[in-house]
Ligand binder design. Structure first.
Ligand code: PBG
Length: 334
């Protein structure tokens, strides 16, 4: 009897493709929901594979036009830029983060020229530019000097804004970083949006990124400025603080292990676009599982993206963006 009922439901209109779409429209995935993170190195002609992120590369400025052109044609709407330096110097204050030789500073005006409709966001942090690899300025005893750190973060955000970035995205998790950026942007405050990495958890999923950005800390770890995995309260307070300081958009990072946090923050601040960063470890985990025949990549990634949209993400920052654009060109992702 029960079996018969189940069959009736399956054969009824509930699972007609059109009805399936009606039931899932708020979790649909299109190019508008994607932001593509790109590593730009100071070796201008480079195309360097990243060992722990198969399919992801560091590109020199001279490669960007040919790499991005086909993606923009396929509908790419926005990118998130990370600078990586090998030849430029690393020091205590991360001087190379905003020097005129910085790969991101050099890339921005070119990207604006080549792709006038592309939204350009820049990660703002010190870890790829400091000799100690931490995300802020340190006192001599190795602890974080918060005031100097946020002043410096403000300067870097200003330089990316001046170069033409639409969005600056501070990822350092320093207290007061949003207020510092807003005041340092000056006249740019009306044209540059601030996307805060509001709830950024201390996570083993960042492992492959540290290789990609050459930003592993030389000593210690980031526990004293990134959130403890078990705390939804601190995540909520961090988001509240960013909202108070004037953030324009909010982010939770990583994604998959923190979807409850996404839902919680999105529910309390539906008026803010919510971003999820599907980080390097999440990418490699799915990619390698598929490569080893454990699951189908398209089906697995689609399912994860849907879960992120269901939790409340408006935009997903993902290294899978080129693949997803390809899949979208073949038809709906559902
Ligand atoms: C820098 C930064 C990190 C990531 C984005 N910005 C690394 C970290 O905080 O240790 C991680 C992104 C990824 O893993 O893909 N502060």
């Amino acid at each position: 009897m029960i079996k018969q009922e189940a069959r009736n439901i399956l054969q009824s209109g509930y699972f007609h493709p059109v009805l399936r779409k009606w039931h899932t429209s708020s979790t649909s995935i299109s190019a508008d929901n994607l932001m593509y993170p790109i590593f730009i190195t100071d070796a201008k002609d480079a195309v360097e594979p990243i060992k722990n992120m198969p399919g992801v590369y560091r590109y020199g400025v001279n490669q960007l036009k040919s790499i991005l052109s086909p993606l923009v044609k396929q509908g790419l709407k926005s990118v998130l830029l990370f600078g990586v330096i090998t030849d430029l110097e690393k020091d205590k204050t991360g001087s190379s983060a905003d020097s005129t030789a910085n790969p991101v500073v050099q890339a921005i005006p070119n990207l604006r020229k080549w792709f006038p409709d592309l939204v350009i966001a820049c990660d703002v942090c010190l870890c790829a530019y400091t000799d100690h690899g931490h995300c802020g300025i340190l006192y001599d005893d190795g602890s974080i000097n918060n005031m100097d750190s946020i002043r410096r973060i403000g300067e870097i955000a200003y330089s990316y804004g001046t170069a033409g970035a639409h969005i600056v995205a501070p990822s350092c998790m320093m207290d007061g970083m949003i207020a510092a950026i807003k005041s340092s942007l000056g006249y740019l405050v009306h044209s540059v949006s601030v996307l805060s990495y509001s709830a950024k958890f201390f996570s083993s999923f960042y492992g492959p990124f540290r290789e990609a950005a050459k930003s592993a800390p030389a000593f210690g770890d980031r526990k004293c400025y990134q959130l403890p995995g078990g705390s939804s309260g601190l995540a909520q307070r961090a988001a509240e603080r960013d909202v108070r300081e004037g953030a324009d958009m909010l982010m939770v990072k990583p994604g998959l292990a923190y979807l409850d946090i996404v839902k919680q923050i999105k529910s309390s601040h539906p008026e803010y676009p919510m971003f999820i960063y599907q980080v390097s470890g999440e990418y490699s985990m799915l990619y390698l599982a598929a490569e080893n025949g454990i699951m189908d990549l398209k089906a697995g990634v689609t399912e994860v993206l849907q879960s992120m949209r269901r939790a409340g993400a408006d935009v997903i920052i993902t290294y899978f963006t080129p693949k997803i654009l390809e899949w979208l060109a073949e038809g709906d992702l559902s």
